[in-house]
Design a protein around this ligand. Structure first.
Ligand SMILES: [Zn+2]
Length: 407
């Protein structure tokens, strides 16, 4: 029997234990303080005791201080599986925190008491992100149990605070520890498709802007005495449409293949009809292809604002609400090839590389220079009531991860 077949048998023999770990983790809700919870500490204790039991201890803790939670710490856990002396570390990063269950009446069972129905595990967090978390734990444990040697050092990283911004999660680990190195590679199994055939390697840059247009308020019957900020702001919204023409590069990795510039939120101005508004506020959501220069985009936006100021006699202030960009991971990066081979072996599908318009935590690792892929085989019901995961996906993904670790 070859080592791949031995690994497959070993992982599938752990089915009951994997389900038990899912149950134990579901029973300790880890909600961040912004979501009204006490953080991830209790869940981390459960996980650490399992890691010890499975031979993956002792773990390293990179906790982030946070006065809002009991104990004052948001835990980030690192379990190391030594490998061959090939440079760099292979990271598998998953998150411990969950989102609240939402409306209780939409749940058919207690979200924190896991239920098994056929091949489904049901409960808050079982898919997002415990399916992958448990899969990574048992991938590492089975490799150790069989005495196999990963191609390079493997580190399983279990982070806090993924659902509410990652400041106390991966961002803290990146800034507070010296564990990461540009020779590393990373798998973030926190998004995917039901066929397991999409490997996310790139994200559009995110630019969220707030526009504050200031004119002069007056009675609407004497508009010549004021400067109408709403009218100027409306012209500004229309002129910003020129961004789509100016930045029209395409990249078929993404869907849609272009940068997008979308006016979204509009704040209320005056409450009554007979006052000419002296201030107007709206927002623009931009998702810019990595190949475009974000500086050129903000420069063009300022130029358009200047033209509105000149034509309407208003002031336009532009505030950055969010700005994030990360270099794409090459479709030819070794992590992509390794993962694609493992997926083909386990699921019999040919995975394609894609880019997305939304943001994931993978972007923080890419921004740190680490080639990163986001992949898993999931039913995509994260954050929904009656969240479930398929045991078959948990087992299969565990084998994919183990094969990727072995390289
Ligand atoms: Zn998630």
């Amino acid at each position: 029997m070859d080592s791949v077949e031995a690994l497959r048998r070993k992982i599938y023999s752990k089915r009951d234990e994997m389900i038990e770990l899912q149950r134990a983790l579901t029973a300790v809700p880890a909600l961040g303080p912004q979501n009204g919870g006490e953080g991830e500490w209790k869940k981390a204790q459960v996980l650490i005791s399992w890691l010890d039991k499975l031979g993956l201890g002792p773990v390293e803790l990179v906790s982030a201080p946070d006065a809002r939670v009991p104990g004052g710490q948001r835990p980030n856990i690192v379990a190391t599986i030594p490998g061959a002396p090939e440079p760099g570390t292979f990271w598998v990063m998953t998150h411990m925190d969950i989102v609240p269950p939402g409306e209780a009446r939409l749940w058919e069972s207690d979200p924190y008491a896991m239920v098994i129905k056929g091949d489904r595990l049901i409960g808050r967090g079982v898919e997002d992100n415990q399916q992958s978390l448990v899969a990574s734990v048992f991938a590492g444990a089975c490799i150790r149990e069989l005495g196999l040697s990963p191609r390079r050092t493997v580190r399983l990283l279990f982070v806090s605070d993924e659902e509410t911004g990652s400041a106390q999660g991966v961002q803290h680990v990146l800034s507070a520890s010296r564990l990461f190195n540009p020779r590393d590679l990373a798998l973030v199994p926190d998004s995917g498709s039901p066929q397991g055939d999409l490997i996310e390697i790139a994200e559009k840059s995110i630019l969220w802007l707030k526009f504050v247009i200031t004119g002069r308020q007056c009675h609407a019957s004497t508009p010549e005495k004021g400067v109408n900020a709403f009218e100027a702001g409306s012209h500004l919204v229309v002129r910003l449409g020129a961004l789509r023409e100016r930045f029209k590069a395409t990249d078929q990795l993404f869907s849609p293949p272009t940068s997008t510039f979308v006016p979204t939120r509009k704040d209320a101005n005056v409450p009554n009809i007979n006052t000419l508004p002296g201030e107007d506020v709206f927002y623009l959501d931009s998702r810019v292809l990595p190949r475009e220069d974000l500086g050129a985009v903000t420069g063009e936006i300022r130029r358009i604002c200047d033209s509105i100021e000149g034509d309407f006699g208003v002031q336009v202030r532009v505030e950055e609400v969010q700005k994030a960009s990360s270099p794409p991971t090459s479709p030819d990066a070794p992590i992509v090839t390794t993962l694609r081979n493992a997926i083909r072996h386990v699921y019999g599908v040919e995975a394609s590389t894609v880019g997305i318009g939304g943001g994931t935590v993978g972007a923080y690792l890419r921004a740190a220079g680490i080639p990163t892929v986001v992949w898993s085989r999931i039913e995509e019901n994260a954050h929904q009531p009656n969240e479930f995961c398929l045991v078959e996906n948990m087992l299969g993904d565990s084998l994919v991860m183990a094969l990727a670790m072995l390289g």
